[in-house]
Design a protein around this ligand. Structure first.
Ligand code: HEC
Ligand code: HEC
Ligand code: HEC
Ligand code: HEC
Ligand code: HEC
Length: 400
């Protein structure tokens, strides 16, 4: 998102993690996610080229299931046109902020075109442009100094008899840190002194989870977002994922009304299995919508009412406009009243998700003010953001 608050936010994340380094998992994560990540250095010379490579396709020759899943995930698109389009100019005008974006969007040292030295930016000798375009590549989560890190073996899996050195890439170091919500915190949570509006951090997902019943019950981010260890990370852009977290009910106040009477209908959305605020970010908007439809199925003009679930902020992130998000367990209810126009009338109740609502306005504003050499990519990102809304629930109930 916007530049000015990011570099301090990333630095503060590292400091907050250091303060927490009490148990071995925290100690591991502090080193694993210390920004900026160190260059991997030279890979062992006896490794084959495919073992030496950091490219996701190389990992995929031996880990095809993870590659196939990851390719469909947003983690594979963290350097999509919306980010890349902003970075073109920013890398020249404000390299420090641009590198701050990469700390979450493409964090490997080899992915950065520039390095900072005493405040001055110079070309990065280790830069690998193809890897940079891959966004959140496998290696960003799994590889440090060319060594592989991963979760403990699955329960019941056979321990290998072979010594580490004879395994591909020398085997792997296994740590429970990969099973914990804290693994995700380094990009999905701002530090306490990061940008806050109305007393609430702009990105607070881990803390929201921590104070929810899911944390108390031991349900980690991975349990919902990586079930069976799959690398899908579905979220607000996926109708099935959104439905899995909600209980949606639609009902009319009475089974039947006569034309001219005032009908009542209710649409309620309860957050039953979302592990944080629904939605967690300031980006999406969710609409509860009710309208009348006539006997021919046409919407009755002027009959539409909507209720918004979102944390809406000003485009320049100067202030919060409204926060109607649902904490776990909470509900939003749209109570709809309308005069029944004629026999055969129905009420249509729908829940609409706009996953990229903030970015639609933001990209429009950037393009209007002139996006320089990033323009073509930002136009592409804006078109994608405009296409992203979808209906996650819809029901028509008879009124007469
Ligand atoms: C030549 C085949 C090959 C390539 C290429 C390869 N791996 Fe592996 N990897 C393996 C094998 C085999 C194991 C199992 C080792 C063991 O049982 O200890 C493994 C284990 C792992 C583990 C531990 C979890 C598990 O499933 O046992 C991780 C994490 C991992 N690899 C990540 C990667 C990443 C990331 C890349 C690319 C940067 C990569 N690997 C490239 C063959 C490969
Ligand atoms: C602390 C980690 C972090 C930093 C630093 C960060 N982002 Fe993001 N960014 C995220 C996360 C998480 C999302 C997904 C949630 C969302 O949509 O807000 C995201 C989403 C986005 C998106 C929308 C998705 C897309 O691909 O179009 C854009 C654009 C974006 N960021 C641009 C930037 C820019 C530009 C910077 C630097 C000025 C930056 N980000 C810095 C974590 C970060
Ligand atoms: C955002 C971080 C992240 C990225 C990117 C990522 N992984 Fe993982 N990976 C994890 C986590 C976390 C786990 C453990 C999940 C769990 O156990 O619930 C895991 C587990 C694994 C395992 C062990 C699977 C098993 O069944 O035991 C392998 C192998 C692996 N990843 C390979 C890859 C490969 C290959 C890629 C790229 C195509 C990749 N990962 C991308 C975080 C990541
Ligand atoms: C290195 C930084 C980083 C780490 C670590 C990371 N993420 Fe992400 N994640 C991102 C960014 C950046 C995006 C935004 C992608 C986009 O929209 O372009 C994202 C997107 C997502 C989304 C999709 C959001 C949507 O809009 O639908 C989910 C879900 C998610 N991450 C979950 C996780 C989980 C769970 C973990 C821990 C296993 C994790 N992430 C670890 C950076 C990270
Ligand atoms: C109990 C299941 C559950 C847990 C635990 C959980 N999530 Fe989610 N998450 C969901 C569901 C369902 C959605 C889709 C609805 C939504 O977007 O809020 C979602 C959406 C998201 C999104 C999409 C962006 C947005 O604005 O909502 C991100 C990013 C995300 N989760 C990250 C995380 C991280 C990081 C953790 C751990 C700190 C986590 N989730 C824990 C169920 C869960």
């Amino acid at each position: 998102m916007r530049a000015r608050w990011l570099a301090p936010a990333v630095l503060a994340l590292a400091l907050a993690a250091a303060a927490l380094a009490a148990d071995p998992v925290e100690e591991f994560l502090r080193r694993h996610w210390a920004r900026p990540l160190a260059p991997q250095g030279a890979a062992p010379a006896r490794w084959t080229p495919v073992e030496q490579s950091l490219a996701p396709e190389a990992c995929g020759t031996c880990h095809p299931a993870q590659l196939a899943d990851w390719r469909t995930s947003l983690h594979a698109r963290t350097m999509g046109p919306g980010v890349a389009g902003q970075l073109v100019e920013m890398l020249r005008s404000d390299p420090e902020s641009a590198l701050g974006c990469l700390a979450c969007h493409a964090p490997l040292a080899e992915q950065a075109p520039l390095v900072l030295e005493g405040g001055a930016a110079r070309p990065n000798p280790a830069h690998d442009a193809a890897l940079g375009a891959h966004g959140l590549a496998c290696a960003a989560c799994h590889v440090r100094g060319h060594a592989r890190f991963g979760p403990p073996r699955r329960a019941g899996a056979l321990e290998r008899a072979a010594p580490g050195a004879s395994l591909p890439h020398g085997g792997a170091t296994r740590t429970p840190a990969f099973l914990r919500a804290e693994f995700c915190r380094s990009c999905h949570q701002f530090a306490p002194d990061g940008l806050a509006l109305n007393g609430k951090l702009l990105e607070d997902t881990y803390n929201e989870w921590r104070s929810s019943r899911f944390a108390r019950e031991g349900t980690q981010c991975q349990d919902c977002h990586m079930p069976d260890r799959r690398h899908l990370w579905r979220g607000i852009h996926d109708a099935g994922m959104v439905r899995s977290g909600l209980t949606i009910r639609a009902a009319t106040g009475a089974p039947r009304y006569r034309p001219g009477q005032t009908a009542v209908a209710t649409l309620s959305v309860t957050s039953t299995r979302v592990g944080h605020a629904f939605p967690t970010y300031v980006v999406p908007r969710v609409l509860l919508r009710a309208e009348l439809v006539d006997a021919a199925g046409r919407a009755v003009a002027g009959s539409r009412r909507e209720k918004v679930i979102a944390r809406e902020v000003a485009l320049d992130l100067s202030r919060e406009l409204a926060d109607t998000r649902l904490l776990p367990g909470r509900s939003a209810v749209l109570e709809y009243r309308a005069r029944v126009p004629a026999a055969g009338a129905r009420v249509r109740l729908a829940v609409v998700v706009e996953p990229d609502a903030f970015y639609t306005r933001f990209f429009e504003a950037l393009l209007a003010q002139g996006a320089g050499r990033g323009e073509a990519q930002l136009r592409q990102a804006l078109a994608a953001a405009r296409r992203s809304p979808y209906v996650v629930f819809e029901q028509e109930l008879p009124l007469t």
